[in-house]
Design a protein around this ligand. Structure first.
Ligand code: FAD
Length: 301
C-alpha cells in the first residue's frame, strides 16, 4: 500500500510527486509519459520568429529533480479510482489494482478536434489548440480562430489586441451576444464568419489556409499564418467521475487547498476547476495538492 498515488505525469503531477517525496511519503506516480502538455511545441514557418514554450525549460529542471528522488513510476493509464478499505484503489488500463491511502488526480484536459482532412498533418505546424497561451506572440500576424462558442470568442478578442487580422470562423450568433462579441463586431481587424464550417486544412510544410463552407453552401479559402481550434476542452476526469464532485463541464471541483469533496482525494492542474490552464498555475496546484494530501495522511504516519 502506497501513502500516495499521483495519477498524471504533467507539470501538476510532477510537482505533486516532488513535494510528496520530499515529505518522505511512499509515492507511486501513474502516467505513461512525463511532461504532459509542456511537450507540445508550436512550429511556425521559418521566415517568422520561432515560438518556444517557456514550459520546456521548467519541465526539464523538474524532470532532472524527479530522477534523483525515490519514488515508483508506473507507466500505465488509470481508468477508475474507488474506495478500498481505509484508502483507495486505482485500476489501470492493463488491469493492475494499485492501492494508496490518498490519491492526487492530475490528468489534464484534451482539446476537441475538428476531424477534418489535413488536421493531423498540420498539428503544431501552424495549427494549435490553445490561442490564449500564444496571445503574447501574435503581434502583427494573420490569425484564424475556429470555433462556435465562448472559448473562440474570448480567444479572438484577446488575439485581436495584437494581431494584424483575425478571422473568427464558425461563431454562433448567441456566442456574440455579450460585451466581447459586441467589441469584436466593431473591431477593424476582425472578420466574423458566422456559422461557417471548416472543410479542410491545407498548406505545404505548414498550415497556410482553410477551405470553408458558408451557411448558403458556397465554398471559399481563408489564408492565415496561424490557426487555432477553440471548440471545447474535455477534462480527463473520467477515472473519478461518480466518486468526486465535478462541475457541469467535467472539471474536478477543488477547494483552495486542492481538496475534492472526498477526504483523501486531491486534484491539481488543468483537470480541476482552477482558473486558467497555465503552466505555473498547474505547477502550484500540484504543490498545494501534495501538501494537502500530506496533512490528510499526517495523523497516520
Ligand atoms: C500547445 C500548448 C501550449 C501551451 N503553452 C503554454 C504557455 O506558453 N504558458 C502557459 O502557462 N501554459 C501553456 N499551456 C498550458 C499548460 O501547458 C498547461 O496548463 C499545463 O501543462 C497543465 O499541466 P497538467 O499537469 O495539469 O496537465 P497535462 O500537462 O495535460 O498533463 C496531464 C498528464 O496526465 C496524463 N494522463 C491523462 N489521463 C490519464 C490517466 N487516466 N491516467 C494516467 N495518466 C493520465 C497525461 O498523459 C499527461 O501526462 C499550453 C498548452 C498547450 C496544449
Amino acid at each position: 500500500m502506497y501513502d500516495l498515488i499521483v495519477v498524471g505525469g504533467g507539470l501538476a503531477g510532477i510537482t505533486a510527486t516532488i513535494y510528496a517525496v520530499r515529505r518522505r511519503l511512499k509515492v507511486l506516480l501513474v502516467s505513461k509519459t512525463l511532461g504532459g502538455k509542456t511537450n507540445y511545441r508550436m512550429q511556425l514557418p521559418p521566415e517568422e520568429p520561432p515560438i518556444v514554450l517557456e514550459g520546456q525549460e521548467i519541465i526539464a529542471g523538474l524532470k532532472a529533480e524527479l530522477e534523483r528522488l525515490d519514488f515508483t513510476h508506473y507507466k500505465d493509464y488509470a481508468v477508475r479510482v474507488s474506495r478500498h478499505r481505509d484508502g483507495f484503489a486505482v485500476y489501470t488500463q492493463e488491469e493492475a489494482m494499485l492501492l494508496g491511502k490518498a490519491v492526487i488526480i492530475a490528468t489534464g484536459v484534451k482539446h476537441q478536434r475538428m476531424h477534418v482532412p489535413g488536421e493531423e498533418k498540420y498539428l503544431m505546424r501552424g495549427l494549435g489548440y490553445s490561442a490564449l497561451r500564444y496571445a503574447p506572440h501574435m503581434s502583427d500576424r494573420v490569425v484564424a480562430i475556429i470555433g462556435g462558442g465562448q472559448l473562440a470568442v474570448r480567444a479572438a478578442a484577446e488575439i485581436a489586441l495584437t494581431a494584424r487580422q483575425v478571422y473568427l470562423v464558425g461563431a454562433e450568433p448567441h456566442a456574440l451576444e455579450n460585451p466581447l462579441g459586441a467589441k469584436l463586431k466593431k473591431a477593424q481587424n476582425v472578420t466574423i464568419l458566422e456559422n461557417y464550417q471548416v472543410l479542410e486544412m491545407q498548406g505545404d510544410e505548414y498550415a497556410r489556409r482553410i477551405l470553408v463552407s458558408a451557411p448558403d453552401g458556397s465554398q471559399s479559402e481563408i489564408a492565415a499564418g496561424v490557426f487555432f481550434v477553440e471548440i471545447a476542452v474535455i477534462p480527463n476526469s473520467q477515472p473519478v467521475v461518480g466518486l468526486v464532485d465535478v462541475d457541469p463541464s467535467g472539471h474536478i471541483r477543488i477547494d483552495e487547498r486542492g481538496r475534492t469533496n472526498v477526504p483523501g482525494i486531491c486534484a491539481a492542474g488543468d483537470v480541476t476547476n482552477t482558473y486558467m490552464e497555465q503552466i505555473l498555475v498547474a505547477a502550484g496546484g500540484g504543490v498545494t495538492a501534495a501538501l494537502s494530501a500530506y496533512a490528510y495522511l499526517l495523523p497516520g504516519l
